[in-house]
Write a protein that binds this ligand. Structure first.
Ligand code: COA
Length: 190
């Protein structure tokens, strides 16, 4: 697995030793609120870091300065592979939100996907109530392609009824990404 760099971040494959940094955020309710799982205990985080170490879809995002892992990206090429479509996901430690780290890491991964992996289309999905998530996607220039109603549930209410959630579907094509990143670099030159 490649190691990607940005100004402030190193983006690399997971290692089993990442479990403590992983636990620091997977044990926080505000981080897992919209994820298909609940908070992790220490044993669960150890197993999860091990599992992710063998799964190239997971990328650990680390601060260059200290090496601390502050979050992760997820990028899974969809079947059939000939469609060259990948699904993007991200989860960051809430102690490191609102600093532009998620956008910086995703931007680099999109560049890698479109320029080095010949990906043609990237999709992402989130709960409409997860405002930081869709704001991030729009900052990355993904287009909202739909608001899907009651697509599923991850949790139940206290009477055991499913808590159905909606989904925003987002997407961007390689041609759109190229145009927007060329426009960005033109803007930076001015
Ligand atoms: C979704 C998530 C990754 C977004 O993280 P984030 O920190 O809001 O996103 P960014 O890295 O793009 O940071 C953007 C904010 O940092 C601010 N910022 C501060 N310093 C900055 C800098 N040096 N560079 C860029 N932005 C900076 C920006 O102004 C922006 O704030 P704004 O939205 O009020 O304008 C985060 O909320 C998260 O991990 N949530 C829990 C897990 C989750 O729900 N995942 C998604 C499931 S679909």
């Amino acid at each position: 697995m490649e190691v990607l760099e940005t100004q402030r971040l190193t983006i690399r494959g997971f290692q089993p030793e990442d479990w403590e940094d992983l636990h620091e955020y997977l044990s926080r309710e505000e981080v897992v609120r919209y994820e298909p799982y609940g908070v992790f205990d220490e044993q669960g985080s150890q197993a999860e870091a091990l599992r992710r170490s063998a799964d190239p879809a997971f990328w650990a995002v680390c601060l260059k300065e200290s090496g601390k892992m502050i979050g992760n990206l997820y990028f899974q090429q969809q079947e059939p592979l000939t469609f060259r479509t990948g699904e993007l996901g991200y989860v960051f430690n809430s102690a490191f939100h609102n600093k532009g780290y998620a956008a910086e890491a995703c931007q680099r991964l999109l560049e890698y996907a479109f320029c080095d992996q010949q990906v043609r289309r990237v999709t992402a999905h989130c709960d409409p109530r997860n405002t930081p998530s869709w704001r991030l996607l729009e900052r990355l220039q993904l287009r909202r392609e739909g608001h899907l109603l009651q697509t599923g549930y991850f949790k139940h209410d206290h009477e055991g009824h499913p808590l159905w959630h909606d989904t925003y579907a987002y997407g961007i094509l390689d041609s759109e990404w190229l145009n927007s990143s060329q426009a960005d670099s033109q803007r930076r030159k001015v």
